[in-house]
Ligand binder design. Structure first.
Ligand SMILES: [Zn+2]
Length: 95
């Protein structure tokens, strides 16, 4: 193995580890997270009132654990419905 292959492998392993770590931190099923992003991206979504109102409505309708997911969203920059895109940028590619 030459040096650049070696570096590439380290990078790959790190990326995989990071992916596992991020996905492991999601407090709801990944499919539901995907559904949440899709729900917020829908065409007739109301304008954001700078709360997580639309997110909470979705979570309740799914019977999901609110406090855990809200804390998790905040941790990843999702403070209201319109900035949940921040979270989607981090996690969307993995879903
Ligand atoms: Zn907003």
């Amino acid at each position: 193995m030459n040096e650049s292959d070696h570096k590439r492998n380290i990078k790959k392993a790190w990326k995989e580890q990071e992916r596992q770590r991020l996905l492991g931190s999601v407090p709801i099923p990944l499919a539901e997270l995907r559904n949440l992003f899709d729900h917020l991206d829908r065409k007739d979504a109301p304008a954001c009132d700078h709360t997580l109102r639309d997110t909470l409505t979705f979570l309740r309708s799914r019977g999901l654990e609110e406090p855990a997911i809200v804390a998790w969203l905040n941790e990843h920059g999702g403070f209201c419905d319109c900035v949940l895109a921040n979270v989607e940028n981090t996690f969307g590619p993995f879903l």
